[in-house]
Design a protein around this ligand. Structure first.
Ligand code: ZN
Length: 529
C-alpha cells in the first residue's frame, strides 16, 4: 500500500488545461503531485475530503505589485484566501531593484501601497533583492520581473531625457543581470515617470536583452484611452522586432468615448497570435481601475518625480495652467474622465475622504475638484491612490472571457487598514467564477480555471505549475462551486471571499475551511532560461 503525505479524496478535478472535470483522488508526496486516480486503498498523513467540491491548480496572479508589501505581510492573506498560490511582482515598470546613487531616493516612490513609502531598501542589485525575497519565510510563491522604470531611473534618474548609446548599454547590463539572477522578464509602465520617457528605440534595444533569455515583456501601455490601438501596435511592433514574449497588462478601454477599443485590441492580438507571435493579455474582472491620483495630471507636471511634482503643485500659477490644460486635454489625458469617476481610495492625511468621489470632496470642502485634488496630493506628499470608474461592463466581460486573456488582480498584499483599496485585492479570482461563470455564464468553469492557471504558467515559462498532473508541484485549490463568492466591494474592500475550503501550496495546507493556517511554504521562483 502506497503512502502519501497528503491525499485529496473524492473531488472533481479541473486540471487547468481547459479540459472538463473528472472525478479523481490526488496523491501528494512532499511538494509534488505523484498520483491521480482511485487512491481508496492508500493512506496519507493528511486526508482532505473534497466530496462534492472541485479541485483545481492554485491560481497564478501574473500581474501583482507586492514587491515590498510581501515583506510586511508574508502570510499574504488577501491572496491565499482567494486561492492564489503564486504572484508575479515587478509590474508596470516598477521593481524595488536595481538601486544606484541615481535612484536610491526614487525607488520607494515607484512602489504601490502607502506603507511602502517608509520601507527600508537595503539592497542594490536585483540579485540581492531576490536573495532577500528567497530568505523571507512566506505563505505564497513569488516570481519577479525587473521594472524598466526602475532600471531607467538607476541610470538616468527621473528626467525626461533621451538615453545615449552608452546609457542604453548600461541599462541593458542591469536587465541582463536581473535575468541571470532569475527575473522572468521585464515590465514597462509607459504612463509612469520615468518609463514614459523611453522612446521606441530604447524599448526595442532593452527588450532584446530580455528576449535573449526567452523572458517576458509585460506592458502597461502608453495609452488606455483614445490612443489604445496605437499603443497596442507599438508594443506588438516591439515584440515582432525583438522576438520577446509579450503580455499586455490589464487590458481595458478607459473613458466612455473609448469604449469598444479594448474589443478592437482583442481582434489585433488574435490576428498576431494566429500568425505565431507570442502575444496575450491579462485583465481583472471589474469596471473600475486603480492607480496613483497623480496619474490624472499631464506629463509636464509629473516630469522629475514626486519632489518636482510637489513643488510645481505648490505654485498657484501652475494650478491655473493645469485648469486650462485639463479642460483642453481631458482629465487623465485621452481617457477624458469626469471628476465624479474618481474615488479617493487611500489618503494618509485625509482618511475621512477615503471612499468619496473627487466631486463630493470638492463640494464638502467648498472648492473646485482640481483644487481639492491638488490639496490632497500636496498633503499626502504625492502618494494618494484612487479608484477610477471608467470601463464598460459588457466590454469587461468580453475581455475577461477571451481565450488569450489571463486573469490578474493588479493588486498587492494588504494590511487591513483604514484605506479603501480596489476590491480586486481581495476578490479578483473568486469573482471570475462567481460573476462570469455562475451568474453571467460567459465562461465555462474549466475555461475560467485555465485562464487563472495553465495560461499564465505557460506564458511565464513555469513548466511545473498551473496543471494538476503527476510531477507538477502541489499548488491546489478546493472550492464549492455553488457558494464561492468575492465579498469585497468598493466601500467595504477588506473582506475575504467565501466558498474556498482549502488551499495547498507546495504540498502544505495554507488555507483550511476558509481560514489561514499560518503556514509559510512559499518559494521564490527563479526563471530558468
Ligand atoms: Zn499598470
Amino acid at each position: 500500500m502506497t503512502r502519501y503525505d497528503l491525499i485529496i479524496r473524492g473531488g472533481y478535478v479541473i486540471d487547468g488545461t481547459g479540459a472538463p472535470a473528472f472525478k479523481a483522488d490526488i496523491g501528494v508526496v512532499e511538494d509534488t503531485i505523484v498520483k491521480l486516480g482511485d487512491l481508496s486503498n492508500c493512506s496519507a498523513d493528511l486526508v482532505i475530503n473534497a466530496e462534492g467540491m472541485y479541485v483545481c491548480p492554485g491560481f497564478i496572479d501574473i500581474h501583482n505589485h507586492s514587491d515590498l508589501s510581501i515583506f510586511k505581510v508574508p502570510t499574504a492573506d488577501n491572496y491565499v484566501l482567494q486561492g492564489v498560490t503564486t504572484i508575479v511582482i515587478g509590474n508596470c515598470g516598477s521593481s524595488p531593484a536595481p538601486v544606484t546613487e541615481k535612484n536610491k531616493d526614487l525607488v520607494r516612490e515607484f512602489m504601490w501601497g502607502l506603507e511602502a513609502s517608509d520601507f527600508p531598501v537595503k539592497w542594490r542589485s536585483f540579485s540581492e533583492y531576490l536573495s532577500k525575497l528567497d530568505l523571507l519565510k512566506k505563505s505564497i510563491n513569488v516570481a519577479a520581473l525587473v521594472g524598466h522604470g526602475t532600471v531607467r531611473s538607476a541610470v538616468l534618474g527621473a528626467e525626461d531625457i533621451k538615453a545615449s548609446e552608452r546609457e542604453l548599454k548600461e541599462m541593458a547590463l542591469l536587465i541582463d543581470d536581473a535575468m541571470k539572477s532569475g527575473a522572468f522578464g521585464m515590465s514597462l509602465g509607459l504612463i509612469y515617470v520615468p518609463s514614459m520617457f523611453a522612446d521606441f528605440n530604447e524599448l526595442t534595444y532593452l527588450s532584446k536583452a530580455v528576449a535573449k533569455y526567452g523572458g517576458l515583456l509585460a506592458v502597461h501601455m502608453r495609452d488606455e484611452g483614445q490612443g489604445l490601438i496605437d499603443s497596442v501596435i507599438e508594443v506588438i511592433t516591439i515584440a515582432k522586432e525583438t522576438g520577446v514574449k509579450l503580455e499586455i497588462s490589464h487590458l481595458k478601454a478607459v473613458g466612455k468615448a473609448n469604449w469598444g477599443k479594448a474589443a478592437t485590441a482583442l481582434r489585433i492580438i488574435e490576428e498576431y497570435a494566429s500568425r505565431g507571435l507570442d502575444v496575450s493579455a491579462d485583465a481583472y474582472p471589474y469596471e473600475a481601475s486603480s492607480t496613483f491620483l497623480s496619474a490624472i495630471l499631464p506629463k509636464w507636471v509629473r516630469e522629475g518625480g514626486t519632489p518636482a511634482l510637489l513643488s510645481k503643485l505648490s505654485n498657484p500659477e501652475v494650478v491655473e495652467k493645469l485648469k486650462v490644460d485639463l479642460i483642453r486635454e481631458g482629465i487623465m489625458g485621452s481617457r477624458r474622465l469626469e471628476w465624479s469617476d474618481i474615488m479617493i481610495s487611500s489618503s494618509l492625511s485625509h482618511r475621512d475622504i477615503e471612499g468619496l468621489r473627487l466631486s463630493e470632496v470638492a463640494s464638502r470642502w467648498g472648492t473646485d475638484p482640481l483644487s481639492a485634488a491638488v490639496k490632497i496630493l500636496l498633503d499626502d506628499r504625492g502618494l494618494t491612490e484612487m479608484v477610477v470608474f471608467g470601463m464598460n461592463e459588457e466590454e469587461v466581460a468580453e475581455v475577461i472571457s477571451h481565450p488569450l486573456v489571463a486573469i490578474s488582480s493588479d493588486g498587492l498584499v494588504q494590511l487591513p487598514s483604514k484605506s479603501k483599496p480596489h476590491p480586486r485585492n481581495y476578490g479578483a479570482f473568486p469573482r471570475v467564477i462567481a460573476a462570469y461563470v455562475r451568474e453571467k455564464k460567459v465562461l465555462s468553469l474549466p475555461e475560467a480555471i485555465r485562464k487563472m492557471t495553465s495560461l499564465p504558467a505557460r506564458k511565464l515559462g513555469l513548466w511545473d505549475r498551473g496543471i494538476i498532473r503527476p510531477r507538477f508541484k502541489a499548488d491546489l485549490v478546493i472550492f464549492d462551486f455553488n457558494s464561492i463568492k468575492d465579498n469585497a466591494t468598493y466601500l467595504n474592500p477588506h473582506s475575504y471571499p467565501t466558498g474556498i475550503k482549502a488551499v495547498v501550496i507546495n504540498g502544505v495546507v495554507v488555507v483550511e475551511e476558509g481560514r489561514h493556517t499560518g503556514s509559510l511554504p512559499g518559494k521564490l521562483l527563479r526563471f530558468c532560461a
